[in-house]
Design a protein around this ligand. Structure first.
Ligand code: 9D3
Length: 268
């Protein structure tokens, strides 16, 4: 399915099957992903395959050493080249075909939905999750195709970022999201913030559900939701709208949003 709306396309990858290996010294962490939720479902239905490759299993010394002190000194440890590289090679050997190797790192390009959708079209991925101060730079030179960050904040390793990426990719695969209607509604307001959601009861003290959502006029509901989604995006995340041409209808909806929110302010 390719749904188009305001020049942003949401691609549901229909015949997609993504094979993934994660290189991590904390394989148990990924149980958080495989027991419940969208990744578990993708694995159960066969649209995603997941294996964990532990660099510690690719060491040869008595202590199974995966880290060492940084050349030049400084705080923290660095993951050694050989065990990480051997884990990547083992993943490559187990893969159904050529793999794209991704290193999760604060130095990477920040992940966005466009990148997630593109990655859902890859046949095989190897995700390297680092610990300590990161991996020996020569692993990156030797085998990494792409470096990805999940945002400008400091975590203690690449496992959570790898899980974030896997969740985002899994929900792009067929049969994992379930409801075609929600995919469609989502594509309709692609690139915008969501509008607020309500369920019963229709009034809680003097907080009432917006009138358009209570009537059965589907066109009015769609229009109302688009208006609020646009208005909130403009207010809270103007960066999502920059570089996007706003057509006449869109500008009209935004104006309506402003008028109505000003009126609500006056009545408050
Ligand atoms: C501020 C600390 N850094 C300078 C010494 C080093 C450092 C920070 C964070 C080294 C490793 C990490 C661990 N983070 C990740 O592996 C990571 C990450 C993140 O922290 N934030 C956002 N995205 C990502 S992707 C991988």
């Amino acid at each position: 399915m390719v749904a188009k709306s305001s020049s942003i396309a949401i691609l549901m990858n229909e015949d997609a099957r993504v094979w993934v290996a994660v290189v991590s010294i904390f394989p148990e962490a990924f149980a958080a992903l495989t027991r419940h939720g969208v990744v578990a479902r993708a694995i159960a239905t066969g649209v995603m395959a997941l294996r964990i490759e532990n660099p510690r299993d690719h060491t040869r010394d008595r202590h199974r050493t995966v880290d060492d002190r940084p050349y030049g000194g400084g705080a923290g440890m660095v993951m050694k080249f050989a065990p990480v590289m051997a884990a990547v090679d083992a993943a490559r050997a187990a893969a159904p075909g050529p793999v794209r190797v991704i290193y999760l790192t604060p130095q990477g390009r920040v992940l966005d939905q466009a990148r997630v959708e593109a990655l859902a079209h890859e046949a095989a991925l190897v995700l390297i999750a680092g610990r300590y101060e990161g991996i020996d730079e020569r692993v990156i030179e030797a085998c990494v195709d792409e470096e990805i960050s999940i945002g400008d904040f400091v975590l203690s390793g690449g496992e959570l970022p790898a899980m974030v990426l896997l969740d985002a990719v899994a929900r792009q695969l067929p049969g994992t999201l379930g409801n075609a209607e929600s995919i469609d509604a989502e594509s309709h307001r692609a690139g915008l913030l969501d509008c607020p959601a309500y369920t019963r009861p229709d009034a809680i003290d003097d907080r009432r559900v917006p009138a358009p959502l209570l009537g059965g006029d589907h066109a009015a509901i769609v229009r109302y939701r688009r208006k609020v989604a646009l208005g909130r995006t403009y207010e809270r995340r103007p960066d999502l709208l920059t570089g996007r041409a706003l057509d006449g209808d869109t500008r009209k909806l935004l104006n309506e949003y402003w008028r109505e929110s000003r009126r609500e302010q006056e009545h408050a």
